[in-house]
Design a protein around this ligand. Structure first.
Ligand code: PEP
Length: 252
């Protein structure tokens, strides 16, 4: 059985103390009532080392939202995969549409980031997804396949086992517009078939594919009930412990 995962992406929200408070609150809630899925929180870099000090990572995995495409050296302001790993974090989000769009991260850059993250022993949550114009032109399958081919299908099957895919239609991120469960299932099944073509059925069956885009407690149960949706990558609704817990509870 592949892993069911609910992962939070805090983005550029909360100062250090607020982040610590949120992680503690979530940990208390999940200690009192154990989740039926893996739970991950991906936080700004500056939160990682402090949160790693107290987080029970058997209960809540810790991750970064990005890492550098270079190993080390004179890259002012960058944070390497090794630095992320050294905080105690176990995951990193790579390829989020906000990074592709606002920071011009190309498939080649993302490919380097993925390789470095895996080399340092991090698990990668790799994001893919089409824009509204691409969906309206019926190009969503083409787009997600190209994103996989451009940055992760160069990996060996062994390496690919450390990839979690997050399908996030750009038109649904932070907009309040969610893909319907049917729309999401259709493309998740397509993504899994693409992974199967490249790595075979066994790897495809083991690959967790998360849905992201205005996922909340009210729509998570319907989305997660679909056979190819293995959980969610959650932005806005991961910023309050009760909201995030509501989504985690969709697996109950
Ligand atoms: C995200 O950015 O990963 C995301 C899914 O955001 P939101 O849940 O706010 O749409």
């Amino acid at each position: 059985m592949r892993k069911k995962i609910v992962a939070g992406n805090w983005k550029m929200n909360m100062n250090l103390q607020e982040g610590i408070d949120l992680a503690k609150e979530l940990q208390e809630m999940l200690t009192a009532e154990k989740p039926n899925c893996d739970v991950v929180i991906c936080t700004p870099f500056i939160h990682l080392a402090s949160i790693a000090q107290f987080l029970n990572q058997d209960l809540i995995g810790l991750g970064a939202e990005n890492c550098a495409d270079k190993d080390k050296g004179a890259y002012t302001g960058e944070v390497s995969a090794e630095m992320v790993k050294s905080t105690g974090a176990k995951y990193v989000i790579i390829g989020h549409s906000e990074r592709r769009e606002y920071y011009h991260e190309t498939p080649e850059i993302l490919k380097e980031k993925v390789l470095l993250a895996l080399q340092k022993g991090l698990k990668v949550i790799f994001c893919i997804g089409e824009s509204l114009a691409e969906r309206e032109a019926g190009k969503q399958n083409e787009v997600v396949k190209a994103e996989l081919e451009g940055s992760v299908f160069n990996l060996t099957a062994e390496e690919f086992r450390n990839i979690v895919i997050a399908y996030e239609p750009i038109w649904a991120i932070g907009t309040g517009k969610t893909a319907t469960a049917e729309q999401a299932e259709e493309i998740h099944a397509y993504i899994r078939s693409t992974v199967a073509e490249r790595y075979g059925n066994e790897v495809a069956e083991q690959t967790s594919i998360l849905y992201g885009g205005s996922c909340k407690a009210s729509n998570a149960p319907e989305l997660f009930a679909k056979p190819d949706i293995d959980g969610g990558l959650i932005g806005g609704a991961s910023l309050k412990a009760a909201d995030f817990k509501g989504i985690i509870d969709a697996w109950k």
